[in-house]
Design a protein around this ligand. Structure first.
Ligand code: FCB
Length: 387
């Protein structure tokens, strides 16, 4: 069982320059600044991982540091990640590399980003180059949460590029799935033993009353089902495409799980409106904590391949609450495993407090603080074996 933690480049490295930086400069998101100084100090994170009994670490490569202009690669920066991977491996920690975790190089963004027709090929080229330098890395995540990326940037419009069009969002999802497929083929060609997948954000959608089933079903279909089905079957279903074939790629399914939405029917909103009842366990951002939902999702889909929980975490000021959160979720993972679901790993989000997009540094998801001090005792392996 892979047990460990996850982070992403923009959220921890500091001084990144990408499309999100432009968003920050426009005053639409808090400034990331130095973040956790990860670019300089990533080797120190290995000690943190060892302290919590981790044997795996998921982190992302910052595309904008590697492909600085269209087709121009900065090998010095790429080799900085290479040194880190060597250090991880020496410490006995399995690296899980993510190629895209929300942020894009400015040249890509300004020329149309994920709406570009050739976005999948561009991303495939980047994946090809990177994987040539990491031919000993077994676990790869091509894109993180295509559903969240498309929803926030192209429907809600509160993330870059701030569009509000379901039509464009579907186009972006389709392009990201195609990009996954291109990257999948490139990595498999360069890395003999590679296992490649997408990290999907899955939510439980619970209808409020019988009419609530309609918006809950719509959300389930577009948010959860569409990307997962595409990855498993190699066909993108409507409305993103008309069963367009992509390489069926997905040696494992990555699941990021945080919360559930309770959805009530509304004549004005096709996707319904959310309800927030009193007396429910919530994190400091107001997201409902619902450990059983992880079990429900693991059982709901016939993944037909190993699953890795690529993110699961709680924003809280209380370390005791975090330990309870992890224990409760791992219990549900164990329950699913006992009933035959093949879960190969669990990665807590996040190793340390970091930059949480629109919330900035308010949300404390970390096991450690930003300056890498421990918040208390926590050992993932001990928790897992005690369940
Ligand atoms: C996930 C994102 C990750 C982090 C957590 C809290 O959806 O992948 O970057 O922001 O939420």
């Amino acid at each position: 069982m892979l047990l460990g933690a996850a982070t992403s480049s923009h959220q921890i490295e500091g001084n990144t320059f990408n499309d999100w930086t432009l968003w920050e400069r426009e005053g639409k998101a808090p400034p990331v600044g130095e973040a956790c100084n990860g670019w300089e100090k990533m080797e120190e994170d290995i000690d943190l991982l060892l302290k919590i009994g981790a044997n795996a670490y998921r982190f992302s490569l910052e595309w904008s540091r590697i492909e600085v202009e269209d087709g121009v690669f900065n090998l010095k920066n790429l080799l900085r990640y290479r040194r880190f991977v060597d250090a991880l491996q020496r410490a006995g920690i399995t690296p899980i590399l993510t190629l895209h975790h929300f942020t894009n190089p400015v040249w890509f963004y300004e020329s149309g980003g994920w709406l570009r027709k050739d976005a999948p090929e561009i991303f495939g080229r980047y994946a090809d180059l990177v994987s040539r330098y990491f031919s000993d890395v077994k676990l790869w995540i091509t894109v993180n949460e295509p559903n969240v990326y498309a929803y926030r940037g192209y429907v809600a419009g509160d993330w870059p590029p701030g569009e509000r069009s379901i039509f464009k969002a579907m186009k972006v999802v389709r392009n990201m799935l195609r990009a996954h497929s291109q990257a999948y083929a490139a990595i498999k060609a360069n890395v003999r033993r590679a296992k490649v997948g997408i990290a999907h954000h899955l939510r439980v959608f619970t209808p409020v009353g019988t009419p609530g089933r309609i918006p809950a079903y719509l959300r389930e279909y577009l948010f959860n089902f569409l990307p997962i089905y595409s990855e498993i079957s190699g066909k993108i279903p409507p409305p993103a495409a008309f069963m367009e074939s992509i390489h069926p790629g997905g040696d494992f399914i990555g699941i990021n799980y945080y919360t559930r939405d309770r959805v009530r029917f509304s004549l004005l909103q096709p996707f319904g409106v959310e309800e927030f009842p009193e007396g429910v366990w919530r994190n400091s951002l107001g997201w409902e904590v619902f450990p059983e939902g992880l079990y429900m999702l693991l059982k709901k889909y016939n993944f037909n391949r190993p699953v890795i929980i690529t993110e699961n975490g709680i924003a809280t000021e209380s370390h005791e609450e975090r330990v309870r959160f992890i224990r409760e979720h791992l219990k549900q993972v164990k329950r699913a495993i006992d009933e035959g679901v093949e879960v190969a790993g669990y990665l807590y989000w996040s190793l340390m407090d970091n930059y949480e997009w629109l919330e900035g540094y308010k949300a404390k998801f970390g096991i450690f603080t930003r300056d890498r001090r421990s918040k208390g005792k926590l050992n993932l392996r001990e928790i897992w074996f005690s369940i």
